[in-house]
Design a protein. Sequence first.
Length: 285
Amino acid sequence: MAKAVTQTTPARAPLSDFTGTLTLIGAGKMGSAMLDGWLALGLDPAKVAVIEPEPSAELARLVARGLALNPPSAVSRATSVIVIAIKPQIASEVLSDLTPLVGASTLVISIMAGRTLDFLARVLPDNVAIVRAMPNTPAAIGRGISVAVANARATRLQRDLAQGLLSAVGVVEWIDDEALMDAVTAVSGSGPAYVFLLAESLARAGATAGLPADLSARLARATVAGSGELLYRVELDAATLRRNVTSPGGTTAAALDVLMGEGGLDQLMTEAVAAATRRSRALAG
């Protein structure tokens, strides 16, 4: 079985000493979260170009600080780093226009779900260094996690540069087997939606048990958020934390008998992750 090569991100390095130029293709939720993280770490907006057909007002305001927004193709030139943050369904169409931006030393970082290193190598100019990464939506508050894999053309310095850019929005893990990326997408890429669904379901269950709906929603939200923060801050694993709040024969144990029984959460989550993994593979074509 393939094994992940784990690398936990150290403290986030400042980007104020970044000397190249960076082009961000796509500034939706994830692209914008990454841009915010880079700027917070000191990246000079004058070193950034953004290609986004529907720019936000906040993005437009950065033009006054030197950011190039949708620069005309006539003045396009090779850039140090290209970060691709678009929907995978439009990848072929968009990436075919990037040739003028790719030079001999350009690093391309893709955060598109399902689009493999091989796919990227086929649609981009020959011999380009590529890092494929999968972040997740907690990147919006600097608490995301990204998993990355590089092609053979990426140098150690380029991997370090990718590490610095990705760590601006959270923890980074590296793998050397790209086949793991579909499962990564299913667990951490899609995982926040599963947690939000848990909060929804817990709120509805509380309302069904007789709580006012608004109170139940607040209780569920605070419980999920607080439990996640506890899991983040302490060194104990999730199973130990679960056992620590479960008294034999108590109310928690009664609930866990349902959640951990036949057809319970483990089985449902296994099926859910498998479905998301299959979809990620299908997106690769």
